[in-house]
Write a protein that binds this ligand. Sequence first.
Ligand code: ADE
Length: 267
Amino acid sequence: AALGDQSEAPPPPPDQQAMASQNKPISNIVIIIAMQTEALPIVNRFQLTEEPNSPFPQGVPWVRYRGTYKNLNVSLIWPGKDPVLGVDSVGTISSALVTYAAIQTLQPDLIINAGTAGGFKAKGASIGDVFIVSDCAFHDRRIPIPVFDLYGVGLRKAVEAPNLVRELNLKVAKLSTGDSLDMSQQDESSIIANDATLKDMEGAAIAYVAELLKVPAVFVKAVTDIIDGDKPTAEEFLQNLAAVTAKLDLAVEKVINFINGKCIAEL
Ligand code: ADE
C-alpha cells in the first residue's frame, strides 16, 4: 500500500481465522437449556439475571439471563414457554431458532447445550450419569434416497474436549436427537444405527446451527430415564427430573470452571 494509505490489512484466510479463534481465551459463552426446571438452578448458581432489554425479536418467549463469572461473560438462553400452551418450548425447532438468534446477537466463543436425556443401559448409561457428547445425529429424519439419507441423519461432531473429559472424569457418548419423548420402532433402529447411548430432543439441531455458523459446541447431558428399561419413559423422566437436574447443575459448574481461562484448543 502507498504511504499514508489508511486502508486496513486484508482479513486472514478462513483457516487462519479459525486457528486464531482456537487459541484465544474463551470469554463469551452461551448456555442453551430447553426446560425451565433445568435452567433455573444454573441461573441461580451463576447469579445470572434476566436481561430486561431482550436482544430477541419482540413477542418471542425466548429468555436471556446474563452475568459474569470469573473471566467469562455468561449468557443462558431458555426458549421459554409456548405462548399458547404455556409449557417449555422443547424440541428441535425452538432450539435451532434460539441458537441462531443467540449466535447472531451475542457472538459467543463457545456454546454449551446442557439438558437431560434418555439413556440406554445396554450402552452403559444409568440414571443420574452425566455425559459429554462426542457426536450428534437425528433419528427421526428418514429420507430413503441416496445422500438425502445422510442429510437426514445430520451427523455433527461436538468440539473435541479430551482434557475436559479427563479432568472432570466424565463419560463420553454419542447422542441421537428427535422431536418425540417416546420412541417408535423406526426411531429405535435409527438410534442403534447412530450408535447412540443418549436420546434427547435438541442436541443435533443445536449442533447443526453451531456448525453452520462455525461456533464450537459442547453438550452436557444427564440421564433421567432408561430407554431400554421397563418403566414408562414419561413417568420415569418426570420422577427423576429434579434429582438429575441437580447433578446436571453441578456438572455444568465444573465444566465452566474448567473452561475459564482456557482457549478452545486447550479443552
Ligand atoms: N429427555 C429426557 N429423556 C428423554 C428421552 N427419553 N427422549 C428424549 N428426550 C429426553
